[in-house]
Structures are given as structure tokens and as C-alpha cells.
Design a protein around this ligand. Structure first.
Ligand SMILES: [Zn+2]
Ligand SMILES: [Zn+2]
Length: 253
């Protein structure tokens, strides 16, 4: 309470600091948490595989999404997980900066076409992690994105039935095994909205999204897509298949 009031007072007296570079935010919005330089440095993935948006290999079909279940139609992200995006995710996830939900939703809405007739569903945390953190960063983004897109958000459609190990140090095969069967979903109540759009902070291999999509398909949903704020850079995928996250590891999806 007191901390909250102090923060409010501080905000009146000082310009906001950018969560990524600590520089001043001269933005129009008083609660802007990203400076224009860091915003400009965020790089969108662009056109790649029509399904997963990863850069296509020089020859042959895309391997990144080859093992995903058919029900998972497509995944789109607003930014590569470069230094700025990494700081943003870190602040959202571990520093309690839930006010980042809105700027991240705006960045997603700018980069990703608004889906029609879809319900947004945040990728749930396991019960222990949810208790520990007190909030789900994916739900923070989903709620803000729902407001921007004017789309319904239905977190209770999907829950994680067990806590899973952090995915960070696992190879892709082990990631799939780690999250397989970790989710349960509720069936659709009517024919509309027909599709679920999963929302998460970071895409790494897609193992978590694939497991969530399998659970949704088992409950009767026939179309699942996903949006994430950021995605791991392809060169961060090491030769042994684990993902290098530098100094700030995160539980990737
Ligand atoms: Zn900045
Ligand atoms: Zn692909």
C-alpha cells in the first residue's frame, strides 16, 4: 500500500524509467515503460514459415513446427528475444511489472493480425509457480490483448494439472516429454468462438503450446493458434538442442 503510494508519488515527480535501459521515457503516456529507442530496437520476426513464422530452411520443409500437432495452426510473435525484449520479459515475469501488459499487447496487436471469432486463453502456470509468483505473466498479456483486440479472454478454459520442470535446460525431445499431459481443457460451450488463441510471453520450441493444443483438441476444440510477445532467436538454439538464454534464463515455452 505504502509502496504503491510512493510509486505513484515518484511517478508524478520523476519521468518513468525504461524497463529495458533505465533511460528516461519521454513518452506521451504517463505509464509508458519503454523508451522509444528500445521500442525501435525490437525486431519483429517477419515472414517465415506460414505456420510457425520461423525463418525457413534453405531447402526442404520447416523443421521447427514439423512435430507440432495438426490442431496448432499457427504461432505469431511480436519480437525476437533480443536484449531489449529479454529485459522486458524479465521485468514482467520476475519483477512484478504487470503494467507491461498494455505496451506488450499494443506491440502484439501491431505485429499480428487480429484473429476473428477467437477466445484468448493464457498458457497457465502450474499451481506451485502461480502461488510463488502471485500472477501469471501470460494472463497479464492476455487480458491486455483482449482489451486491445476486443476479444474475449477465458483463462479457465485451460489449466495445468501438474507443475513441470523449467524447460530452459532441456533438449527439444525432453521438453515435449516434460509438458506432455500437463494440461486439461474445458470443451467449447457453443460453436462460437470456434478457435482458441493461446497467449504466452515467450516461444522457445513450441513444446508447451503443442501440449496445450493437444489438451484443447481432446476437449473438442478444432482450431488453436498462439501469439507470444517474443520468441527465442534461432541462433540461440545450440547444437545439442538446448537453448542458451544468457544471464537471464527463463522458463521457455
Ligand atoms: Zn529503453
Ligand atoms: Zn514452421
Amino acid at each position: 500500500m505504502i509502496a504503491g503510494s510512493l510509486r505513484a508519488l515518484e511517478r508524478l515527480l520523476l519521468p518513468n524509467a525504461c524497463v529495458s535501459c533505465d533511460g528516461p521515457v519521454a513518452g506521451h503516456a504517463p505509464d509508458d515503460l519503454l523508451c522509444s529507442l528500445c521500442r525501435a530496437r525490437l525486431r519483429a520476426p517477419g515472414h517465415g514459415c506460414h505456420r510457425c513464422q520461423q525463418p525457413r530452411p534453405p531447402v526442404g520443409p520447416c523443421r521447427f513446427c514439423a512435430d507440432w500437432p495438426d490442431v496448432l495452426r499457427g504461432v505469431r510473435s511480436a519480437a525476437w528475444l533480443g536484449p531489449e525484449a529479454r529485459e522486458i520479459v524479465h521485468h514482467l515475469k520476475y519483477e512484478g511489472y504487470t503494467a507491461l501488459g498494455r505496451p506488450l499487447a499494443d506491440l502484439i496487436a501491431r505485429a499480428v493480425t487480429r484473429p476473428r471469432h477467437a477466445v484468448l486463453v493464457p498458457v497457465p502456470l502450474g499451481p506451485a509457480r502461480q502461488r510463488e509468483r502471485g500472477y501469471n505473466q501470460a494472463a497479464v498479456i492476455a487480458r491486455a490483448l483482449g482489451a486491445v483486440w476486443r476479444a474475449p479472454v477465458a483463462a479457465p478454459l485451460l489449466h495445468r494439472v501438474r507443475d513441470t520442470r523449467s524447460q530452459t535446460t532441456l533438449t527439444p525431445d525432453k521438453r515435449h516429454a516434460n509438458v506432455a499431459g500437463a494440461f486439461r481443457a474445458r470443451p467449447p460451450r457453443s460453436r462460437r468462438p470456434a478457435a482458441v488463441i493461446l497467449v504466452d510471453d515467450v516461444l522457445t520450441t513450441g513444446a508447451t503450446l503443442a501440449a496445450a493444443a493437444v489438451a484443447l483438441a481432446a476437449a473438442g476444440w478444432t482450431q488453436v493458434g498462439a501469439v507470444t510477445f517474443a520468441r527465442a532467436l534461432p541462433f540461440e538454439l545450440r547444437a545439442d538442442g538446448t537453448v542458451e538464454h544468457g544471464r537471464m534464463g527463463h522458463q521457455g515455452t
